[in-house]
Design a protein around this ligand. Structure first.
Ligand code: FAD
Length: 382
């Protein structure tokens, strides 16, 4: 089968799953903030937890361009669902890119099947953007490390069992990033989930605070086997994370547009569908243009990633534009829908609650602008 044929087959399977097993239940799961166990089982059988894990380690080995299309489709139906495999795959990507051969053989097949699921544990109560300020410490103790500290806002924290955990192995190192290390941390004694965090949107998926108290982790779980590369390994995964979030932004922006195009032809005021009022037409045109532009930027970043090029600027631009597009389109969709946009019986209010997260996660949009600007100057020296 050629790569385009394979992509078509996979996207068709994803569309069928979304149509049959997700769409009819979104409102129910969203408003009950219920974890979608059955959908997770179906995502396992679709192979989504291994979509970009190399075939030799049990995954599908899909290019990130195809993966971004999957994320866009899933997010257009229910963004929360994408969060269950997105940060899981960023953890897997850190192992694929930087792990030892033993780590790859031990973990990647189980990540790919979804037998072990998890995510990224970087953020702490005192820092998110400035990850060099983390306070979680891992001290060497023979052939293991003892970890103490707190992580917060960790997606899949309750239902996941393994996390790429960023710690300080040398809290006094200068520059600070040289004291960081990234471990694969499986739940066990000393690793507890202290609470589920309540939030505005992104319902159904668990966000949790994790506490480590003399949690013993084998030295062989240090990703790459050498201390001091934690931040580099974590941020290497975030390039993929940014493409991922950009694709979510495209999905949410598109869902807000599609619902609005439909509604504007159904709803009549002053004797004609509101789609025939110029004020609404202007909104629809801007919304559609944002979706197209966001999709192109996301595809360009994914293509650069697949070619193995440095793509932090491209991924940053895609993330920035697509997530702001999701925010603007969800607000415009709410205006177009009038009171129904405010109703929990429609999806618009969910897009409106979900979109702001996209502007915060995987590096805030303020940070993206700074990174884009730095790269611009670095790539164009005089
Ligand atoms: C629902 C949800 C899920 C999440 N999932 C995860 C997860 O799975 N794993 C994980 O590790 N984290 C996760 N996070 C945390 C997320 O990554 C952080 O919230 C994010 O990185 C921002 O960090 P912060 O909240 O500490 O904000 P801060 O870093 O405190 O930033 C506050 C404000 O200051 C701005 N700012 C900071 N530094 C600068 C600067 N140098 N220049 C200009 N402006 C600046 C920021 O842009 C922001 O506007 C999640 C968060 C949420 C809400």
């Amino acid at each position: 089968m050629t790569a385009p044929e394979l992509e078509t087959q996979i996207l068709d399977a994803v569309d069928k799953f979304l149509e049959r097993d997700v769409k009819p239940y979104v409102l129910e799961f969203e408003h009950a903030d219920r974890y979608p166990e059955e959908m997770v089982e179906k995502m396992k059988s679709l192979g989504l937890f291994g979509s970009i894990i190399p075939e030799q380690y049990g995954g599908m080995g899909l290019p990130v361009t195809t993966y971004a299309k999957i994320v866009e489709r899933v997010s257009a139906v229910w963004m929360s669902l994408s969060g269950i495999f997105n940060s899981h795959l960023i953890m897997a990507a850190a192992v694929t890119r930087f792990g030892t051969e033993d780590q790859k053989r031990k973990y990647l097949p189980k990540f790919a099947s979804g037998e072990i699921r998890g995510g990224l544990a970087l953020t702490e109560p005192n820092c998110g953007t400035d990850l060099q300020a983390i306070r979680t410490v891992a001290r060497r103790d023979g052939d293991r490390y003892l970890v103490n500290g707190t992580k917060t806002w960790i997606s899949n924290g309750i239902h996941g069992s393994c996390f790429a955990l960023l710690v300080k192995t040398d809290p006094t190192a200068e520059p600070r990033h040289k004291g960081t290390s990234l471990f694969l941390a499986e739940k066990g004694p000393g690793f507890t989930v202290s609470r589920k965090l309540e939030k505005l949107g992104y319902k159904g998926i668990d966000s949790a605070e994790l506490i480590f108290e003399d949690y013993a982790i084998p030295a062989e779980n240090l990703i790459g086997g050498k201390e001091g590369f934690g931040l580099r390994h974590a941020l290497g995964g975030l390039e993929l994370g940014r493409i991922n979030v950009a694709a979510r932004g495209v999905g949410v922006a598109m869902a807000a547009l599609d619902d609005s195009v439909r509604y504007a032809q159904q709803r009549e005021t002053f004797g004609k569908p509101i789609a025939q009022h110029q004020a609404i037409q202007l909104k629809l045109a801007d919304m559609a243009t944002r979706v197209e532009a966001a999709r192109h930027l996301t595809r360009a970043a994914a293509e650069a990633y697949d070619r193995g090029e440095r793509c932090d600027m491209e991924a940053g631009m895609a993330k920035l534009f697509a997530t702001e597009a999701a925010l603007e389109n969800s607000a415009e969709a709410m205006r177009i829908h009038g009171a129904y946009g405010y109703s929990k019986e429609f999806h618009i209010e969910r897009y409106y609650r979900d979109a702001p997260l996209l502007c915060i996660g995987e590096g805030t949009n303020e940070l993206q602008r700074i990174l884009i600007s730095r790269q611009l100057v670095a790539r164009n020296p005089i």
